[in-house]
Design a protein around this ligand. Structure first.
Ligand code: ZN
Length: 449
């Protein structure tokens, strides 16, 4: 994270932020059966044991309870800035985890200040996160889920509903469905005495939808202490994600000089005019060939039609396939923020404050992460679940863990579509399917040499 100048934090409602640079879904989907596809055909898992079959069938009987929990979680608003709602869901899940024998502790959230124009004061006050741990034998697993959604407390999209096998509501697939899958996989293991000896940690963070700006340090710390990362983001439509682009973001504020648009035009320094020049430079950074894309997603500024604008601001989204491309993009941003394009001769009254963050590194497949992916696909096959493999332009916390060396699969949650929109929906039968998948996966990973 990087801030180039300080001033009071203020700014733009989070819903604008959510709608633009925080949109992490499906920018590009491709590469069915790329390298992973080639490897997966070679991977064969041994047939389900009697014990595994019993656990799997127990999970199948839990669907009604799983749906009831999904409904309960969905009906509690957990927009990232709704600290009370986030705390309520964290508390509810914590109670369940304590009953399963986990020890838990709170990880403090942070107050994140952003530059912005006067009059739209804005600070992100992130709710606390939760870490629940259990010591045990064998490989150590880190299971990650976020409790926040992109829907603020005043969003019109607030309640759970069901039509046959489809659930509707904010977060049903991103990712309250995933939280239900995670919890029921643990409950199933516990019911059969298979949880007690396992080394598992659960990290529930409250700020994934704003890029894990507060929880990133905890995610990375925990990644270093475990052998496998399992993230319960949605599996889309029976899809597992192999590689992801890196994500970056910038907020910048141009300060100019207000003046009467008629009587004293020449004395003004228009922040909007300067912002416009900068936007052109920033948008020109997009290069489809190299995979780098930049999007100025939100702009805001000015005071009145007949006033030269004293302030204007913008939010920028960045996607990049390779780590170096992210660093290069931030360098270019800094050049743009540090230049004045609109009044090159007399620019003394113009300044720019900026904040940039490469909040998600690219998720680059490794031998270990491909092995984890292929094992999951092979286990899925034993359970009658067929997966395709995709790459994605969106990032998850799995990108953070994988970047610090933890082999991670980050699409183990329930199926769904329409995330980050009022069209969000989830396939109810996938709750059971994915919990069954996790139960077998966790059991077998724990025993791996
Ligand atoms: Zn999510």
């Amino acid at each position: 994270m990087h801030r180039s100048s300080t001033r009071r934090p203020h700014s733009i409602p989070l819903r604008l932020l959510s709608a633009s640079l925080l949109f992490t879904q499906a920018l590009f989907i491709q590469a069915l059966f790329s390298q992973a596809g080639a490897a997966q055909s070679a991977m064969v898992e041994s047939a389900l044991s009697t014990q595994e079959r019993e656990i799997v069938s127990w999970v199948a009987d839990q669907e009604d309870d799983m749906v009831a929990l999904l409904e309960r979680l969905t009906n509690i608003n957990t927009g990232t800035l709704n600290k009370a709602g986030v705390a309520e869901v964290v508390g509810l899940l914590n109670t369940e985890l304590l009953q399963l024998g986990f020890d838990s502790r709170t990880l403090a959230g942070d107050v994140i200040e952003m530059p912005s124009c006067p009059g739209s004061e804005y600070t992100i006050d992130v709710a606390d996160h939760l870490l629940a741990t259990k010591s045990g034998e064998g490989k150590r697993m880190l299971m990650i889920g976020h409790v926040d959604t992109v829907f603020p407390v005043d969003s019109p999209f607030q309640t759970f509903s069901r039509d046959g096998d489809t659930a509707y509501g904010p977060g049903v697939s991103d990712m309250k469905g995933g939280l239900v899958v995670m919890l029921y996989a643990l409950k199933a293991l516990n019911h059969f005495g298979e949880l007690e000896d396992k080394a598992i940690s659960i990290l529930l963070n409250s700020d994934e939808e704003i890029g894990s700006l507060s929880s990133r340090k905890y995610v990375e710390q925990q990644a270093a202490l475990h052998d496998f990362g399992l993230v319960y983001e949605s599996s889309g439509n029976n899809r597992l994600t192999r590689a992801r682009k890196g994500l970056g973001q910038a907020r910048f504020v141009v300060n100019g000089r207000a003046s009467h648009a008629g009587g004293a035009h020449q004395q003004g320094r228009s922040a909007i005019k300067e912002l416009a020049y900068k936007i052109v430079q920033i948008e020109n950074m997009t290069d489809y060939e190299s995979g780098v894309t930049v999007n100025v997603g939100v702009i805001n500024g000015g005071e009145a039609r007949n006033t030269i604008a004293p302030c204007a601001e913008a939010l920028v989204d960045l996607r990049y396939p390779e780590p170096q491309q992210g660093l290069d993009a931030v360098k270019r941003w800094e050049e743009i923020f540090g230049s004045v394009y609109s009044y090159p001769v007399d620019s003394g009254e113009l300044s720019t404050n900026s904040w940039t963050s490469l909040h998600r590194p690219p998720k680059i497949p490794t031998e270990e992460s491909d092995a984890l992916l292929n094992k999951t696909i092979a286990i899925g096959r034993l359970l009658g679940q067929e997966f395709t493999v995709t790459d994605s332009g969106g990032g998850t916390d799995g990108s953070l863990t994988q970047a610090v060396g933890l082999p991670t699969l980050d699409s183990l949650g329930s199926d769904g579509t329409g995330a980050h929109s009022k069209r969000e929906q989830g396939r109810i039968s996938s709750l059971v399917e994915r919990a069954q998948l996790s139960v077998v996966l966790i059991g077998r990973l724990a025993k791996q040499p």
